[in-house]
Design a protein. Structure first.
Length: 287
């Protein structure tokens, strides 16, 4: 079975901002045939001048995902690389996150990823080569209070990727997890914005929710870990490195904040991690 890439075509989800946009630009400059996608294709119109092909894609819509993969395969035979980047964070106490909000979190962050993998794998198998790059997070290996829904979705991505890596290896397909730490994008504003309703009403978690919103914003903007963070291109650079590697690693933590916190968590028993978090967040219900 040949491991030489017969398709230099890359499909990237969530390219309207941040990591997706930076990855599309970097890979297009490096000579890959990049299909940049977003729900509203007009939000990525400027990527066309950088050499990207543009397609509308909603990762919560099966027909949209199927159409995109079929369109690219009709032109190129198969997709060489899938970068599952689209995602967002639901924040708030687990008790207060509605089932609908939790489902929406998983529809985008997990089910869309799974469905696109299903759609591209037959073509990758046909050519005997492919790379599936899943954007996880340091939050796929550790959990902060107020982030239960988001962390659950990223833990799911870690598990799916670990299983998939074994299942497709002999077909010539690599599966890579990218685990960014704090990345300066609009991610934190979106995460805090989703808490608007929770912040507006008094209840058992009101002080806690305010602290989660404040800590999330400060961590990205001026906290100690913000100095150990990075920009979207740091992640894009790591993705490019994983594509260039003949034998890519299973996981690539990105930024010093990810490496430091992942190391810290791995060395701490659960009670010690909880105690550490108690210095950063108020405990709901505590006097």
């Amino acid at each position: 079975m040949s491991h030489a890439p017969t398709s230099k075509v890359v499909l990237i989800t969530g390219c309207s901002s941040g990591i997706g946009r930076a990855t599309a630009l970097r890979l297009a400059r490096a000579g890959w045939t990049v299909y940049a996608t977003a729900r509203r294709v007009e939000s990525i119109a400027d990527l066309a001048s950088a050499g990207c092909h543009l397609l509308p894609l909603d990762v919560t819509d099966d027909a949209s995902m199927t159409h995109v993969v079929q369109t690219i395969e009709a032109e190129h035979g198969s997709i060489g690389v899938l970068v599952n980047n689209a995602g967002y964070s639901e924040s708030g106490a687990v008790e207060e996150i509605t089932s609908d909000r939790l489902r929406r979190q998983f529809e985008t962050n997990v089910f869309g990823v799974h469905r696109l993998i299903q759609l591209v794998l037959p073509g990758m198998r046909r050519q005997g080569w492919g790379k599936i790059v899943n954007l996880s997070s340091m939050g796929g290996k550790l959990t902060f209070p107020g982030g239960g829904a988001y962390h659950a979705s990223k833990y799911a991505i870690e598990a799916l990727s670990d299983a998939l890596r074994f299942e497709v290896k002999a077909f010539g397909i690599d599966v890579v997890l990218i685990e960014p730490g704090l990345i300066r994008t609009s991610f934190s504003q979106a995460a805090v914005g989703g808490m608007t309703q929770a912040l507006a009403k008094p209840g058992p978690y009101d002080v806690f929710n305010q602290a989660v919103a404040r800590n999330t914003t400060e961590a990205y903007e001026k906290g100690v870990f913000s100095k150990l963070g990075g920009g979207p291109d740091d992640v894009a650079k790591t993705i490019e490195r994983s594509l260039d590697a003949r034998r890519p690693k299973a996981r690539y933590p990105v930024t010093a904040s990810a490496r430091a916190l992942l190391m810290q968590r791995s060395m701490m028993p659960d009670w010690a991690w909880d105690a550490f978090l108690g210095t950063q967040f108020p405990r709901p219900g505590a006097a």
